[in-house]
Ligand binder design. Structure first.
Ligand SMILES: CC(C)(COP(=O)(O)OP(=O)(O)OC[C@H]1O[C@@H](n2cnc3c(N)ncnc32)[C@H](O)[C@@H]1OP(=O)(O)O)[C@@H](O)C(=O)NCCC(=O)NCCS
Length: 166
């Protein structure tokens, strides 16, 4: 699958079902989330209300999603000041992986945050998410171990990217 027909855009309410399916496929079915409940449309609506949600649209099909949350909002669990924003819930459909979709969504977050003069992006991931670790390191993120945590005994690894325009 090539990326020539890929468009990135803000998510709309009509995207809620495919986004919930994408998160369920990427996190729950893959066994990454400890409490394996499928993601609900309500969870997508919460994200749309509380943060910016971007989708990768390929020929009318949602093949990727990412959330960008401002400091002080519900999804920004590891930002330390209003100069930081948090990237969450990145997922690309299995069929669309390794074609640049994840990188494009992450770049969109950096560009959007940069427009607000954001100093850094932060995120957390889980130890088995090796593809994600490779992606974040390829994009210049560094580990931020002081922000690691393990709620319920499930470790979360923090990463940070200083945005170069600040
Ligand atoms: C992580 C994820 C979003 C990557 O999406 P993707 O569209 O496949 O990533 P891209 O094609 O843009 O890859 C960009 C770079 O990331 C790295 N990368 C991505 N997947 C990789 C893999 N499986 N192994 C090694 N490196 C990988 C590579 O450096 C790659 O560049 P290259 O293809 O030129 O070598 C996708 O695998 C996914 O949805 N995983 C399940 C959910 C998840 O773990 N989300 C992250 C939450 S923290």
């Amino acid at each position: 699958m090539g990326t020539y027909d890929l468009s990135l855009r803000p998510a709309r309410e009509v995207d809620s079902v495919p986004i919930a399916q994408l998160w369920t496929e990427a996190y729950v079915r893959a066994g990454l989330v400890p409490h394996a409940e499928p993601f609900t449309v309500r969870k997508v609506h919460d994200a749309l209300d509380q943060a910016e949600v971007f989708v990768a649209d390929q020929e009318g099909q949602v093949v990727g999603v990412v959330v960008l949350a401002a400091h002080g909002t519900a999804l920004a669990s590891i930002t330390e000041s209003s100069a930081e924003e948090q990237v969450c819930l990145l997922a690309v459909s299995a069929a669309a992986r390794r074609s640049g979709v994840g990188r494009a969504l992450m770049d969109a977050c950096a560009a959007r945050a940069g427009k607000r003069d954001c100093a850094a992006l932060v995120l957390w991931t889980r130890p088995p998410q090796h593809a994600a670790h490779h992606l974040y390191e390829a994009l210049g993120y560094h580990r931020a171990p002081s922000r690691d945590c393990a709620p319920g005994g499930h470790p979360r690894l923090a990463y940070r990217l200083a945005l170069s325009w600040t």
